[in-house]
Ligand binder design. Structure first.
Ligand code: F6P
Length: 554
């Protein structure tokens, strides 16, 4: 376990405590922990909101858990959590609360965002969404009288990843139109998608918190032209709906108020799938399933807010995440769902984790003095076993893994499907075991020798076949692949990310790091459209643009 805290220029008390934790675990093994504590597998697991979570293969014991909880205390975690749920403007750089829990918390609670009562707003918006979805499921007609059979979500980042992930994860409600996603400004995506659709049967849902994202606005303009050319300008009002915090801009686009759905600036983009920003997913799932999703997330919220620290799942897992990065120096984190339906979960989590915590400056503007900011790697099992698992097992540095699986497949599986599901689960369980226990060099040597392999061959082959083991993982089992458990799972990750941020002292709710690229792209665009200005462009950019213009002028 590498980490030289001494080299940190501003080693604070907490930094030293992470160093001490690394020392505490130096030379100890996970296998040894299981031998020392026969109750371990039972001690480090919990059942919350349809999830069975096991973190016994992490570097934790009773003493270190208390030290981790002490670190949370020292970082002001309890005060931060209280401020989060109270709707205080904890997103300091933008002066906003981050109250996504109010979107799923029900109207029995008086949720307040910066003092303003919001439960009623949320309930009204849910009703409006229900009416819209109902109309689509009951043959809502386009301008030419044909029923809408295709809904295209135009949005990017938080206005795309969550809804698409849900559409892939959960079954369609009866009579739901097909839902498609247009996120990339790459013309290929729009051309291929629109080429297969009939304008008379297509409704576009423009989802943008700001209603300014370049990619979204370009795609919306293309879609608008496509509809207007096929059905006439007046059809725009019927074939478009929008979700935004900027209703004036939506009206300017020509979308009527009764097709405009709202969310609020206290909902971060990557925390918005619970709001009207998730509307495309609601069109696919239907309102009852969406409400079950919200309820699952709300159960996790209640647990996070109320469960004692020693049993608090997001708190404990978040602390272990920080330990991996800040004490052990393992910056990469893998999330591997053994469920084809969760194929897009790692993409979704990449934005949640890295746009939230991919920072190295704390809330006070000072550099964080320890390793922070996990890098999330992901893919579905078993496919990922044949892609990046080699590195997980034998790479030089451990990569903590979250394995996710459901007890049974979606729908009503027959015996054949259950048999294949058992193979899937067997793989999932085996990977965690292999990472934890590894394979001793002496065992490999013995095996090879017993198989009659020559001694000199054993000498070079055995080290290549041995596994170091002692690599941590969590196992998250879902009762079923249904909306309630999925809601709880996503909320679990949201709160873990919050806990990580508290411990690092960073603001997980802004995303200043994506702005510079956007600004420079705007400038580059003007030069690509016209004459590059040699005074302004850096030499690499000048050279690259030169090559492009030679290609275009050939
Ligand atoms: O990537 C930056 C970002 O601001 C994300 O946080 C957000 O999810 C995405 O762009 C889309 O923004 P909008 O919903 O305003 O179009």
């Amino acid at each position: 376990m590498r980490r030289d805290y001494q080299s940190s220029p501003a080693a604070s008390g907490a930094d030293m405590e992470w160093l001490a934790l690394a020392e505490y675990w130096r030379g100890r093994s996970l296998a040894g922990c299981f031998q020392e504590d026969p109750e371990r597998a039972r001690r480090y697991r919990a059942d919350v909101a349809g999830l069975h979570v096991d973190w016994s293969r992490q570097f934790i014991d009773e003493a270190s858990r208390d030290r981790l909880l002490g670190l949370a205390d020292g970082a002001g975690f309890h005060a931060w959590r209280e401020a989060l749920f109270a709707g205080e403007p904890i997103n300091r750089s933008e002066g906003r609360p981050a109250l996504h829990m109010a979107l799923r918390g029900g109207s029995e609670r008086d949720w307040r965002a910066a003092g303003e009562a919001v439960s009623g707003l949320v309930a009204r918006e849910l009703e409006a969404m229900a009416g819209f979805v109902e109309s689509l499921h009951h043959g809502r007609q386009g301008a030419g009288g044909k029923p809408i059979r295709h809904v295209v979500n135009i949005g990017i980042g938080g206005s795309h990843l969550g809804p698409e992930m849900l559409v892939k994860a959960l079954p369609a409600a009866e009579q739901a139109p097909a839902v498609h996603f247009l996120s990339n400004v790459d013309p290929d995506q729009a051309d291929r998608l629109l080429g297969g659709l009939d304008p008379a049967e297509t409704l576009f849902l423009i989802v943008s918190k700001t209603f300014t994202s370049k990619e979204t606005m370009e795609n919306a303009a293309i879609a608008r032209r496509w509809i207007a050319e096929a059905l006439g300008e007046e059809a725009v009002a019927t074939h478009f709906a929008a979700v935004s915090t900027a209703p004036d801009k939506v009206a300017g686009f020509g979308i009527p108020a009764d097709s405009t759905f709202r969310f609020w600036d206290w909902v971060g983009g990557r925390y918005s799938l619970w709001s009207a920003a998730g509307l495309a997913a609601v069109v696919h799932l239907g309102m009852p399933a969406f409400r079950a999703l919200l309820e699952g997330a709300a159960e996790m919220d209640r647990h996070f807010e109320q469960a004692p620290d020693q049993e608090n799942l997001p708190l404990l897992l978040g602390l272990l995440d920080v330990q991996s990065v800040s004490a052990f120096g393992w910056p990469v984190w893998a999330v591997v769902p053994y469920a084809d339906r969760l194929r897009l979960l790692p993409h979704y989590l990449q934005q949640l984790v890295m746009e939230s915590n991919g920072k190295s400056v704390n809330q006070d503007g000072q550099a964080v003095s320890i390793d922070c900011a996990p890098v999330l790697l992901g893919g579905i099992g078993t496919d990922a076993q044949h892609a990046f698992f080699q590195l997980l097992h034998q790479g030089p540095s451990p990569v903590p893994v979250d394995f996710i699986a459901a007890a049974r497949p979606a729908g009503s599986p027959d015996e054949s499907a259950m048999a294949r599901h058992r193979i899937l689960l067997a793989n999932c369980l085996a990977q965690g075991e292999a990472l934890c226990h590894g394979r001793l060099l002496s065992d490999v040597e013995m095996e090879l020798a017993e198989a009659g392999v020559a001694e000199e061959v054993v000498r070079y082959l055995a080290p290549q076949k041995a596994f170091p083991g002692n690599r941590p993982s969590n196992l998250i089992l879902m009762e079923s692949m249904g909306p309630r458990t999925l809601g709880a799972l996503i909320a679990l990750y949201e709160h873990r990310v919050f806990v990580q941020a508290c411990l690092w002292g960073i603001n997980p709710f802004d995303q200043m790091g994506v702005e510079l690229g956007k600004q420079l792209a705007k400038r580059a665009e003007t030069f690509l459209d016209g004459t590059p200005d040699d005074q302004v462009l850096d030499p690499a950019m000048r050279q690259q643009m030169g090559w492009l213009s030679r290609q275009w002028n050939r």
